[in-house]
Design a protein around this ligand. Structure first.
Ligand code: ZN
Ligand code: ZN
Length: 100
């Protein structure tokens, strides 16, 4: 995995800065937010676990540092980011992975 903005590779074994699970049309989607140590931009992984069929993942971004930090703050404000059925304002804001 590398930064979508500057293509700097993220160090092996690194964990995302934040992650949140959402429930979209019967499927679970996990968004993971990765801040680039080199340029500060964010790359967002969308991991889609399909109820019918195989899981797939794709990357969204690059996302500006400003928007990325907002995502981290939203995830931090959620009482249970791993709970895809959580209905808090953060979960609603990050329904598509990025705040609207
Ligand atoms: Zn970068
Ligand atoms: Zn929540």
């Amino acid at each position: 995995m590398q930064c979508l903005a500057c293509h700097e590779p993220h160090p092996a074994g690194r964990r995302p800065d934040a992650a949140i699970a959402v429930f979209v049309a019967g499927d679970e989607v996990i968004f993971s937010y990765w801040r680039c140590a080199a340029c500060g931009a964010f790359s967002v992984e969308a991991w889609h676990d399909r109820f019918l069929g195989d899981a797939d993942a794709h990357w969204i971004g690059p996302v500006s540092a400003e928007v990325g930090e907002r995502c981290l703050a939203l995830v931090a404000a959620c009482p249970s980011p791993q709970d895809k059925l959580c209905g808090c304002p953060s979960h609603r804001a990050l329904y598509t992975g990025l705040p609207g």
